[in-house]
Design a binder for this molecule. Sequence first.
Ligand code: SIN
Length: 304
Amino acid sequence: MIDPSVTVGSVRLRSAVMTASGTAGYGSEFAPYVDLATIGAVVTKSLAPYDWPGNPAPRLHPVHSGMMNSVGLQGPGVDAWLTRALPGLLDTGADVVCSIWGRSVEDYRRAAEMLSDAPNSVVAVEVNLSCPNLEGRGGIFAHDADLSAEVLAATEACGRPRWAKLSPNTDRIAEVARAVTQAGAEALTLVNTLLGLALDPETLRPTLGNGGGGLSGPAIHPIAVRAVADVRNALPDTPIVGVGGVATTADAIELMAVGASAVQIGTALFADPRVLARVRDGLVTEAARRGLGSVAEFTGLAAL
Ligand code: SIN
């Protein structure tokens, strides 16, 4: 028997496979496609301490090897999510990671405080410091190590492990990673989307309502692998959750081999939500084929 569970810091996950923030609705929509109690966790769309309308449509656009998005962090706010969406998700047996965002340090503090009495099945809080779609309204926090650390320090009141989600749009990712770890992040989620721009070939206007957006999907997978490898090298004791272009078991193993303890799947879910179950099972099958006793043993296996 191969043990499919992994740990991310103090959090034990039933599988190494989670949804990526913002790619699985409120989570319970995925129950017809995968038993949510058998994946690592459902990670929510990032929530502010207030409801937020997001960016003008269109908000998603497929491109070669991936997808562009500029959703603009639309959401009902933490309190509305706790009362209206979370109960249905918990009924599925899922463990949940609640992602939070804000336009100021104070926003993050309030969002974290609102989670202080959340049920224990909210096993961690992912602090999203890296949305690329808020230019002119705060920018990307994760491009500033000091500000990122300030945000992390402000979110302690959530009373559960915090994972800092960082941006690949910087060559300072290891520096930011160190700062947020020292400020209280128990783990790092690497990486969010890459800044991009796509035009309609006929009108030559941006395909997204907000102009540019974030690129995700297979195109960014090697960038995620590099970011995980670099941060693991700089901070070998800090757990990492790898995210970026995971669509197959091999993609997940690649991120784990360079140091991730678990992975998140995002863009691939838009094509087929069953990819969660395929990669969950594929990791077990592949661990057995390689003579490992557990999926967790993939972490750090790379011959770098
Ligand atoms: C968005 O809602 O615009 C994307 C969120 C993110 O990339 O963090």
